[in-house]
Design a protein around this ligand. Structure first.
Ligand code: ADP
Ligand code: MG
Length: 272
């Protein structure tokens, strides 16, 4: 179960892509929307005034159509993207104010990412891929080996440690991606459409796997999905995005029974 301990606290977070982003902030203030701002200035509003808290041990799903700002929001959490304004705190520390060295240390210690494209290195074996994040984190070789091995065992890949990614199916490749993320023992896993490229059956299997791993270690997961069933299945809470804004954050029950507006209602129509 998720706790009441805040892990990630986001306040009034904005990301505008393009030169002189402050222009877009002014126009937002004046009531212009994303498309009007783009027409007038060529600036793209990626994320607009996002405020929410993610609690330790929860699976927090970010949902929305393509282009709604999900990936931008996720990348703002570990500052792979610089915010235009607003704050992100992790364990109470303002990530947006950290210098580069502190930020890198925090990412190594606390976070890992899993990508839709798996992002495996083809010339490295399964084990070496699982070790990769640890390599970057500067772990000693023996410790790296041990932690990667443990992560591979967690996702059922131990027998495949010495083969290469292209010998594996898509589902298995994403297990390697998962093992690589788990090996660093992150408190926060950031997953961007991590299962979207997988076949429906394998995808379900991976969702179950993720939930099992998450429960066992009370890890916190931020999971982007554009798939309704997936969001409802794995999310403790779901944030619905549209046009860079978060329209609602709530449990699946809250969102289904008490949608914040017509957009959210129509998004979830037909789900029971
Ligand atoms: P999603 O992940 O929900 O599909 P994104 O976060 O990728 O959405 O994109 C949100 C908006 O920001 C889109 O309008 C997209 O075109 C824009 N965007 C994303 N990244 C960039 C970038 N690097 N430069 C300019 N615009 C971007
Ligand atoms: Mg995306």
């Amino acid at each position: 179960m998720p706790s009441v301990q805040p892990l990630v606290e986001v306040e009034h977070l904005y990301k505008v892509f393009g030169d002189h982003p402050e222009l877009a902030l002014e126009l937002l203030d004046q009531g212009y929307d994303k498309s009007a701002i783009f027409e007038r200035t060529g600036l793209t509003v990626g994320v607009r005034d996002a405020s929410f808290t993610i609690y330790a041990g929860e699976v927090f799903v970010i949902m929305g159509l393509s282009g709604s700002g999900k990936s931008t929001l996720l990348r703002l959490l570990n500052r792979l993207i610089e915010p235009t304004s607003g704050t992100v705190r992790i364990h109470g520390t303002d990530v947006t104010a950290m210098d580069a060295a502190a930020l890198i240390a925090l990412r190594r210690r606390e976070m890992s990412m899993v990508f839709q494209s798996f992002a495996l290195l083809p010339h490295l074996s399964v084990r070496e891929n699982a070790e990769f994040g640890l390599d970057i984190a500067g772990e000693a070789k023996a410790a790296r080996h041990e932690r990667a091995q443990a992560a591979l065992e967690q996702v059922g890949l131990a027998p495949y440690a010495d083969i290469y990614p292209d010998e594996l199916s898509g589902g298995m490749q994403q297990r390697v991606g998962l093992a690589r993320a788990l090996a660093v023992d992150p408190s926060l896993m950031l997953m961007d459409e991590a299962f979207s490229a997988l076949d429906p059956l394998i995808r379900r299997e991976m969702q179950d796997e993720l939930l099992r791993l998450q429960r066992e270690s009370t890890r916190t997961v931020v999971f982007i999905s554009h798939d309704l069933d997936e969001a409802l299945r794995i999310g403790h809470r779901i944030a619905i995005m549209e046009g860079g804004r978060i329209l609602q954050v709530g449990t699946p029950g809250e969102i289904l029974n008490d949608p914040a507006d017509d957009y959210v209602r129509s998004f979830f129509r037909g789900v029971d």
